[in-house]
Ligand binder design. Structure first.
Ligand code: PMP
Length: 306
């Protein structure tokens, strides 16, 4: 990962190398922290950086802090201001990844609700290299559930489950993973949500399928409806439906729109990037880079007058 000049930490800009956390903090010891992954896209023609769906990410961060019962007085306005400050201070003129993070600091125990420390890191990160498609394995690791570790909360500890699934699939020679719910329905990948086109219809697991309520998923549901004129089905998906899909893809702020070419070594459709997936990818990139004025309310411009 590329370094940057500054990180925003507890309300001030600090040099990147100085953004440190104490080993005894509950955030470190027990993983009591919540975070977001947000993208900023640089439009060279317009000489502008656009942060994609920042408010939705900050709303989700607030929700995560609420469920984790973290005592804080952070507002979305303060977090927005800090996000813009850290991008401007680093003078980024390329695509970036932003990491807002809040954790329980101090020397408390597992139940400590504060003090809450926070940071916003921004690093240069080009578009995902995997937009040409990935191979995917259904994992023997099950996705965590709302009855134990809610996947809807973007908490650090949840990523132990993601790591188990993703590492196993990569050791087994696949690019990525699909995890099933405790009930054996399709949930999501380790940092992205799942869509397939089956019998011509776009389908995605519903929000009660042990998934993070992905902002990209919500974006693509809107775009697919606009593009195809039909509702995206949000429902339970069985494993064997995966083997009958015409197209499939993963989506997330980091992974963008990532076509799946095979699942468990069975080709998805023709084994090439599907036509609708390709069109959707294009439309997504047009939007996030501010190449079109549609849905411009999803973009926060960084430089110049807001
Ligand atoms: N699922 C998981 C487990 C994730 O970590 C992410 C990335 N935040 C996603 C899905 C995609 O979410 P989003 O579109 O909001 O980035």
């Amino acid at each position: 990962m590329t370094e940057a000049k500054f990180i925003h930490m507890n309300g001030t800009l600090v040099p990147y190398a100085d953004a440190k956390v104490h080993i005894q903090s509950p955030g470190m010891k027990f993983g009591i922290g919540v975070f977001e992954g947000v993208r900023g896209y640089w439009n060279a023609k317009r000489e502008q950086m656009f942060v994609f769906r920042l408010q939705e990410h900050l709303d989700r961060l607030q929700f995560s802090m609420r469920v984790m019962r973290m005592d804080h007085d952070l507002t979305n306005d303060r977090l927005t201001e800090a996000t813009l400050e850290v991008i401007r201070a680093n003078e980024f003129r390329a695509d970036i990844h932003l990491r807002p993070f809040a954790w329980v600091d101090g020397q408390g125990d597992m139940l400590a609700t504060g003090p809450v420390a926070w940071s916003i890191a921004a690093v240069a990160r080009p578009r995902s290299k995997l937009t040409e498609g990935v191979s995917c394995a259904v994992s023997s690791w099950r996705r965590i559930s709302d009855t134990a570790m809610p996947p809807r909360v973007k908490a650090s500890g949840n990523y132990i489950n993601s790591r188990l699934g993703a590492q196993q699939s990569q050791l087994d020679g696949y690019d990525t993973v699909l995890m099933l719910t405790e009930q054996g329905r399709v949930a999501e990948s380790y940092g992205s949500c799942f869509f397939m086109i089956r019998n011509g219809r776009p389908v995605t697991p519903n929000v009660t399928s042990s998934i993070l309520e992905s902002i990209t998923r919500a974006t693509l549901i809107d775009l697919l409806q606009e593009m195809t004129g039909r509702e995206v089905e949000q429902r339970d998906i069985d494993r064997t439906e995966l083997y009958d899909a015409e197209e499939a893809f993963l989506c997330g702020s980091s992974y963008e729109v990532q076509p799946i070419l095979s699942i468990d070594r069975l080709d998805v459709g023709t084994g090439q990037v599907g036509a609708l997936t390709r069109r959707l990818q294009q439309r997504y990139f047009d939007l996030v880079y501010g190449e079109t004025n549609e849905h411009s309310d999803w973009l926060t411009p960084v430089y110049g007058a807001r």
